[in-house]
Ligand binder design. Sequence first.
Ligand code: ATP
Ligand code: MG
Length: 230
Amino acid sequence: ELGAGALPVEFDHVTFAYPGGGNVLSDVSFLLPPGRQLGVVGRTGCGKSTLIRLLFRFHDPDKGAVRLAGHDTRTLRLTSLRGRVALVTQEVHILSGTLRDNLTLFDPSVDDRRVLRALDEVGLTPWYETLPEGLDTPLGGAGTGLSAGQAQLVALVRAWVRDPGLVLLDEFSSRLDPHSEQLLHSALRRFLSGRTAVIVAHRLQTLREVDQVLVLGESGPLEYGPREDL
Ligand code: ATP
Ligand code: MG
């Protein structure tokens, strides 16, 4: 099972196709040391989100292996994997429950101080202070009371309180205005420090901080290397 701390990630000759389709990923390999950040770029439809989904084990490779800390992901319990890996995407599902439930995902072992600290990190404290019931404020089924940008920040808080060893970000900051995006980027820098991350972004600004870049092509890979070489 996966221990604490940043997780090394390995794609070892990974090939993947959706049922009935051609290969989306063809022989993709990279090794991401613990605590390093990989940016994934490439045209629409080239398989960036698919690569992220393999890491969260929504799919398994047809050939090759995905490894976390040396373990083939197929050998890990899903709860163990998802307890150490945080997936943050544009689609944020606000659950019906309190703000606390939404931030802790109903995990009672997460204490309020940790939640409040994470809210502060992403700049949500001023909003939080307007809530009459604080963390007990009910959030409605359809995400009542949260703007799209705030919902994205909530998603980041959710990831933060779980202290993940691998963070997966897929087109994350796209719904924020420039000021909020600036705040988010400084929060992200603090959040990602000391964690392994795989980051998909259209905007280069999001990739300012990454160590490595993987360029996916339409018919397979790719370029892979340190950011400054590409
Ligand atoms: P974008 O930049 O638009 O987000 P992407 O690089 O993330 O694109 P993917 O979402 O990984 O691309 O999709 C890669 C290919 O796989 C596309 O051709 C897409 O149509 C196809 N695809 C994605 N999801 C599925 C699915 N659930 N079933 C079948 N095909 C899919
Ligand atoms: Mg995508």
